[in-house]
Write a protein that binds this ligand. Sequence first.
Ligand code: ZN
Ligand code: ZN
Length: 234
Amino acid sequence: MAIVPWFDQDYQFFVSEIKSVKEHFPDLHFKIATDNAQLVGKLNFIATFLGYKRTIEDTYFIKIEYPNDYPSTAPVVFETAGKIPHSYHTNPDKTLCLGTNHAIDTIFQENPSTIHFVKEILIPYLFRFSAFSLYKEQPFGELKHGAEGLIDYYKSLFVTDNQYSTIDLLKYIKDKPYRGHLRCPCGSGSRIRNCHGNKMIQMYPNKRSVLRDLDIIIKSEYPNSKRKEKLIFQ
Ligand SMILES: [Zn+2]
Ligand SMILES: [Zn+2]
């Protein structure tokens, strides 16, 4: 079964992608094969972020790969000049770890396009790495890489300190539809609609990315991400 690649499915959209990339990042170029597209080249930026004292100018060589279902799913990025060590936020498949799947998806879907992706997701990542490598500084509270960082991310979204509650809330989203009258999976004893309901409702539309994050958490060796049985409650 031949899959029609995204750039053939909606040619007008692809033309607008090419135009806007050319306008904003003239050193990045699309490479088109029969069934996939890449955007490769030099990315230069000068950026300042609210709450951080420095303006940073830096240059990276990158390769952006587009998934078949783009723009439903965000692209992935490789850094191709060996500037970013794999010990720094890099996934096992060598793509850059740009954030939690949920955060990337949420930001990307605001305006699913290459320019939005580069400006709002990729450059902030590169900016953080530049601040780290040039000044040994970590602007805007960096997450730890992997399961621990993911759990911290969802703990703050759910406004809880409890990692078990956090994982139980994510598992509920994975397995069940929203039912406001049921007891909240966080264990508070309240009904969902009076407890974590609003937070959960916001996550259902991005359920796919939430499940990808949960999968990483469940498969990880992070201590206690698997519940150590209920001895306390027996
Ligand atoms: Zn990471
Ligand atoms: Zn709750």
